[in-house]
Each structure stands twice: as C-alpha cells, then as structure tokens.
Ligand binder design. Sequence first.
Ligand code: PNW
Length: 457
Amino acid sequence: MNRVFPKQFTWGAATSACQIEGGVLAGGRTFSIWDHYCQWQPEKILNEDSCHEATDHFHRFSEDLDLLQQIGVNAYRFSISWSRIFPNFCPTVNSEGLDFYERLVDECLRRGIQPWVTLYHWDLPLWLHYRGGWLNPSAPELFQEFASAVAKRLGDRVIHWMTFNEPQCFIGKGLYEGEHAPFFRLPLRDALLAAMSVIRAHELATEAIRRCSASSSGVKVKIGFVTVGIVSVPATEGEADVAAAEEDTFLLGENPLWSASLYLDPIFLGRIPEELPQRFGNVLPDWIERMLPLTQCTDFLGLNLYTAKRVCAGKERGAMKVLSPPGSATTNIGWEVVPECMYWGPKFYYQRYKVPIIITENGMAAHDWPSVDGKVYDPQRVAFLREYLLQLSGCINDGVPVEGYFHWSLLDNFEWAMGYRMRFGLIYVDYSTQKRIPKESASFYRQIIATSGEVLF
Ligand code: PNW
C-alpha cells in the first residue's frame, strides 16, 4: 500500500499580515482594529503585547523567504493587509502597499514558491470599523473593491486565493464573545447579520478576482474559503460512532457563529442549514433574501485543523461527548492533541461539500526557547507533526482529495489576544533582536517534504 504523499502535493507554511508584518504606519498604511486596540486598550492583550512591530517581516521578508526556501516548501500562504491597500475611506488605491505584496510575490516565485493569498485574516481597517465594519451595508462592495485592486496587480502571477480566514473567529470571537478585536458583545441578530454580510462579500470578491485576473492574463485562478476545522472524531471506528461524529461535526451547536455549516452550506451547497430557520428564525427571518443569489463557484475548501471533540453515538440518537484519555496531551494554548482530526476532518468535509480540501493551517503552540548550544529543540512539535501527518496520509490513501498542507506557522508571531506568549513557529523569533532560529521541527518538516512523507513511517 502506498502511503506516501503524492509527488505534486502542495507543501507550505502559513502566516498572516497582522501577526508578522509590523510596519503599521509604513508605506502609507493606516491602523487596523488590532493596531488600534493594541495602542488604546492594551489591557485587552495578554501582557499588553502589541502587534505594531511583530516580527518586522515588512522589512525582513527577504530573509524570511530564504528560511522558507531552506525548508523546501513549494507554497507560502500569507495575507494582505487591507489598510495597506486602502488606507482611507476613499476609492484611491495606495500603490505603495501593492508594491510591497508584488515584491513578496515575485520573491516567492523566484525561489520556486507558489504564493497563496488570503485577503482577509481579521485585520479590518479602522476606517471601516468606525463606519460599522461588517454591519455597514456597503461592506461587501468595499471588500470587492479591495479584492479587485489586489487581483488587478497580482492576478497574473497568483493562482490560489482565499477570500476569508475563519469567520468563526472574527465574527464569533470578535463581535459576539468579546475576545478578539473589536471586543464586541453584540446581540446574536447583529452578529448573524455580519456573518451574512461576509458570505455576500465572499461572493462578490470571488467574482472580482476571476474578472480582474482574467483581464490581466490567461491564469486560471483557484479560489477558496477557509474555515475553523470544527471536527468531532468518533471514539471507535464502529458505524454508529462514525455516523454520530459526522453529523455532530456540522450541527450549529450552542453558538451558531462557531459552526462551520453556517458559512459553508451557503457557499458550497447554495442553501442555509436546515436548523437555522428552525432554531433562529425568530432572530433573523430573512436569511435567504439576504444571501441570494450565490452564483460563483468556490474551488476549494481550506480547513484549519488543530484539535477535535471526541464523541460516540448517543443512547437514543445524536452524539455524546466522551472524555479524553487520562493525561491526554494538550498544547501550550490548551488545545488537546487529537491527530485523528486529520483523518476524519477532511473526510467528513469532503463528503458533505465535494470540493478539494486544503489543510490551510495545522500546528501547535509550545514553550520553546533556545538551549545552551543556541539551538531550539521542540520535540513535541516534531511528534505532533508526525502524528498529524500520518493521519493525513491515511485520509489521502482512502481517496479523499486533500491537495495541500500548510503548517501554522512559519515564524513565532503575534497570537492575537494571547500576544507573544504562544509560539507556533517552525522558526523561533527572539523579539528583542528579531533574530530567527529555525527549530528542530523545521528540519524535520524539510525531511518530510524532501521524502514526500517517507520519513514518517
Ligand atoms: C487560527 N479554535 O485561529 C488563526 O487562523 C491563526 O491566525 C492563529 O494564529 C492560529 O489559528 C492559532 O491560534 C484559531 O478555538 C483560533 O479552535 C481558535 C481556534 C482555532 C484556530
């Protein structure tokens, strides 16, 4: 049985603008909501850490791309800072902002690395926040303009695009639970309206990327949408447990904003989850009218997989949560290590949505720091990588079309409200000097890629 990864597999690492770039006022850029809260309500962030400098990638991207190249990846997923492209509420594009991303893309391509571009990774421009953010009725059109401007400049070179990263986080945590910028606790109805607006924005941006890229070249773009990989894994491989886990994965749950189907059913199935009108019809009755028409086809589904809930079949119906094995490993951020999510996750999502799957993020936070010899040993991340990728290879071997894997993250970086405490990188960053030290996991990942996964076995 051939369990190695396909030769044409996409191997990458991922980052996002706010978490690594810094240079928040450089090249005509203005503040995003995260820059604003770091500045004016620093107590919202652990240790009052600020993203204003982050890893200074804005000035050091060339060194970072060299490190990326040494790992041997063939793809790099990064995001574009909207405030660099449109620093103000006016339709004038800041070409200096586009210049930066153009250099980044060209430097990737020169190193044989395909750029995978995310348009929105949570850093809403402050000017739009002051105008209501995703609740502004024009937000989808404004996002479409942003997408057009970027695609006009980069569309002849960038093939893979992702409109949004994890709406669960920026709507659920940002607008409803008050844990992420702008730290709002809106009524459910308003947060659901924001979710509808994001789906509409995805639709408009998808159309714009296709149109603007087509006019600049003959490149056939592929456009995706990235979700939090919410997965329930079955306690056993028994049919009843598997069926219960699969069903549970797509339920709206206690908080519909934290589900996957709220966003993915409209985008990939052209309908809203059945539960929605039944359970939340009183809150927002006109779902369908707010979203339709959805006519654009989305080419791939990005899954960010970190952990999972373990379930078994309930006594009568549905799923029941089962306890984790005693002493089960958790990462620094508190998420349980559940490698099986890499087997069941893509499988369940493919069965429901029938589009190619990309693992757009997977990784872990650890207490990494340099050893006496100056090297950074991260045996837990090495074991994590091995376990998770073994499961992924099993999934691909079963015929699920998983076409790529991006490790989160290339570098240690600004972990949102957790500041710099959580280190997710393959590369260690000393924030006082901005020195980079590739960790042991970076070299393990390099061997995995070089052998198409053979070293895992
Ligand atoms: C992702 N969860 O967020 C984000 O896309 C990254 O920006 C972030 O740095 C990374 O994962 C690590 O946190 C998530 O609760 C936030 O399951 C929360 C969850 C998952 C992903």
